[in-house]
Design a protein around this ligand. Sequence first.
Ligand code: SF4
Length: 337
Amino acid sequence: DIETGNKDRYIHITTRPSVEQIPNIVGASYKGMIEVMRGCGRGCRFCSPNLRTARFYHIGKIIEEVEVNIRNCQETAWLHSEDIFNYMVEDKKNFYPNEDKVIELFEEVLKKVRYANPTHGTVAGALAAPRILKRVAELNHAGFNKWVGIQVGFETASPDLIKKIANNKMKPFNANEWPWVLLNGTYVFNKFFWFPAYTTIVGLPGSSEEDEIDTARLIITMEKKLKEKLGEKAHFTVTPLAFIPMGALKYEEFFNVAEELTPGRILHVYHAWRHLAWEIHHGLRRIIKINPSYIIFSPLANFGAELIVDRIKKWAVRKGVDVEKPLQPMDLKIEDY
Ligand code: SF4
């Protein structure tokens, strides 16, 4: 019916399986990925996983799935959650992480496998509970050549916009602190050898030129301040994604790249990619030291990233935007943790 257009554009599903009704995996999963929760609960308006009610898998079920992977020679675990710092969260108002439960999760899984990292998490959850980052790094023997990877939503640098579209994302912090949370959260990630791969959204409904320029300015600020404080230990990437109408914003229009790429959005995209290219160059060099099979891949990745940055630059010139013009970093401070 969907293929022939005989269904409504939106299909509403009103039922959901309980954790007990969700069957365990029966064979090896890609990169040892297993779910530890479904749904999120933070309520970001642009997000589709958020449409699912948050449910947490108990440790016994998780270990059963880890063991299925181990029997199939998969010796690492990739713990899938929408926000790992929300695992077994009890504070549903301020989302202060249930630190002991998150740590217990990694301790139990890492009794079985040699490496375990989460798929996704929030920067606010990380900053609220650096003890989790520290313990998970210790359990994984993380260091300069072995990082704990995590995908994290940056979305925008704008406190006003984040308040409108994702007003729980920064909790237990305040929306006005959002750029500070991103800077300091990245600092604690890096301090304990966690590597956050951020995504921003280009063309969020209601975003202003100033919001887009501030996102570029925050990327520059993070590069500068983290390098000053952490040197070689400072690492993050930012991948800009075009807005897609989903979740509570499903009635909005798709972002039209050809017509809606304003100067501010070009700066946002350019600085994200410029930094990504820098990380590919520097990060890959480090990986090559421990994994020679990357020697063939590395020049390709470097070339690809530089090509994209070069194309964005040329495109900006055609639109009359000077991406080389220095932007003022934000006045933010990294605290001691
Ligand atoms: S924190 Fe992430 S997964 Fe949770 S609602 Fe927001 S965007 Fe969705």
